[in-house]
Design a protein. Sequence first.
Length: 247
Amino acid sequence: MNVFGVDIGGSGIKGAPVDLERGTLAEERHKVLTPQPATPDGVAGRVAEVVEHFGWTGPVGVTFPGVVTGSTVRTAANVDKSWIGVDAGTLLSERLGGLPVTVLNDADAAGIAEVTFGAGRGRKGTVILLTLGTGIGSALFVDGRLVPNTELGHLELKGHDAETRASMKAKEDEDLSWEHWATRRLRKYLAHVEMLFSPELFIIGGGVSRKADKFLPLIEGIRAEIVPAELQNNAGIVGAGMAAGAA
C-alpha cells in the first residue's frame, strides 16, 4: 500500500509516494524551495505543486516544522509566524482539492519512521531522534511510544535558543569547521539533552546524517549511543506517509 508523504522544511519542501510495508519511497522524491516568506498560502501552494507532480489522488501526510495539535499549528520558529493558529489540515486539504490530509510535527514524523524501519527499530527505553537542519527538531520515544511535540531544539543553552548554536544552519552561517561544530556546539547540546532525559540512544537525522562520518567520531563524553538515521533525509516523508496511512 502506498500513501503520499510531504516534508515541509525551512528551506525545502519535498514529497513522494511511500511504500508503507517497506518504509521506503515508492518513487524518486520531488523537491521545491520553501517560499520566502513561508506564509500559509505560499507553502500550501508549494505543497500542492509537489503532490500534483505525481498526479496523486489519495490520502496525504504532511510534516510541519513546529508544534501541531490536532491539525492546528501552535508554533512556527522557522516559517512565517502567520501560521500560528492555522488549521493546517483544512488549509492543505482545500488546496489539494479535498484530498484527506494528516499533519504532524516534522521531527515526530521522522522519529516514527526511524523507530519503525530504521535505527530505532526494536529499541527499548528512551530514544531521542534529533534532526539537524535549518533548526533542530526532536522526537522522544519511551519503549517505542512517541511523546509528541517535544521541540527540544528550543532548549536554552548558554543563554541562547539551542538551535541557533547547534543546527546545521548555524554551522553554515558561521562557517564552522566540522570539528568546531561537533565538539563545541553539538556535543554540548547533546550533553544538555542527556542530562535532562538520560536516553539510551540518540539518532541524528536530517540531511547531515549523510555526513555522519565527518562529525560523530569527534563527539566524546556522551553516555548514550549516537547513530545516524538510517532513512537519512527521507525519514520525514516516510513518517508523514505512515501517519496518513494510520489516519
